[in-house]
Design a protein around this ligand. Structure first.
Ligand code: CUA
Length: 306
């Protein structure tokens, strides 16, 4: 509603020459930008043509786990490190709150990164070159990647994905010569896979079980929340946890429990049953672990003494 009515017949008045000229210029600009948009996609150097496949989180998680198991050459702060072959398919998984694995790539070689998320939407932002991609669960996003400069690149998550969002930082290291590995403290990360396959039907010693438990811890991503030193942020640290008395909430009541094998088993299978006091805001998600894997994790936890 307006206080003043427009002059009668204003709609049929001819528009002035100036106005007509600006309208034509604006139209031409629109057409030009539209054509440029299509050309940029073809000729622009940094726009990847998005190839995306449908997948699901369980399928992709299995793929990622198998990939890391097969290609791992070492660990960097609990995150597996791989050195993919040029032109190979590389599986990269984002999850609350880490990117895995760390990649060592060769300068001027190209790689097909397959990126997906295990839980919620994350942002895959390669810094400092500032290339940004959105990563959704359920989609396998294929990124043709050819690093042309050596150095250490960080993968910053730039979509808010929960309380640990700011800690979600991955790493890509681009090298030219084998000696470059030294710059990053990676000199021991030679090409051969570090993981030996497990022989079935053989009784494992406690030490072997603990070592394999550490591997499960790494591969399944427990370390994203549970640290193994004195630090804790999202979840209790595993250091000195086994055998400890913990205060937990069960059905709204605070009780005291002893962290033993039964308690750990229950915590993995029904994480919402008992929640450790102080960590109510960051409940543990359900992890599909086999009984065997839980045994290995327990063996590993037992070695983490205060
Ligand atoms: Cu992942 Cu923010």
């Amino acid at each position: 509603m307006s206080l003043l009515s427009p002059a009668p017949g204003w709609y049929h008045k001819k528009i002035s020459r100036d106005e007509r000229m600006w309208l034509v210029i604006a139209l031409l600009l629109c057409i030009m930008l539209f054509i440029w948009m299509v050309m940029w996609h073809v000729y622009g150097k940094q726009n990847p043509s998005n190839i995306t496949y449908r997948t699901n989180t369980i399928e992709f998680a299995n793929l990622s786990e198998a990939y890391i198991k097969k290609n791992m050459v070492g660990l960097d702060k609990g995150i597996p490190v791989v050195r993919p072959e040029p032109n190979s398919d590389v599986i990269v998984m984002g999850q609350m709150w880490r990117w895995s694995p760390v990649l060592i790539l060769q300068k001027d070689e190209s790689y097909n990164l397959h990126i997906s998320s295990k839980d919620v939407m994350h942002g895959f932002s390669i810094q400092p070159v500032n290339m940004n991609f959105q990563i959704y669960p359920g989609y396998d996003y294929v990124l043709k990647f050819k690093p042309t400069e050596t150095g250490e690149y960080k993968i910053i998550c730039n979509e808010f994905c929960g309380i640990g969002h700011h800690t979600m930082i991955g790493k890509i290291v681009v090298i030219e010569k084998e000696e470059d590995l030294k710059l990053y403290g990676y000199e021991n990360f030679k090409k051969a896979p570090a993981v030996t396959p497990v022989k079935k039907d053989e009784k494992l010693s406690e030490t072997e079980m603990a070592l394999m438990g550490e591997q499960v811890y790494t591969l399944k991503g427990c370390g994203a929340c549970h640290k193994t030193d004195d630090t804790y942020q999202i979840a209790p640290s595993w250091k000195g946890l086994f055998g400890k008395e913990e205060k937990v909430m069960e059905n709204g009541k605070e009780i005291s429990v002893k962290v033993d094998e039964a308690y750990i088993r229950e915590s993995v299978k029904t994480p919402q049953q008992k929640i450790t006091v102080g960590f109510e805001k960051t409940p543990m998600p359900l992890f599909p672990l086999t009984d065997e894997e839980i045994d290995l994790l327990i063996a590993y936890m037992k070695t983490l003494k205060k």
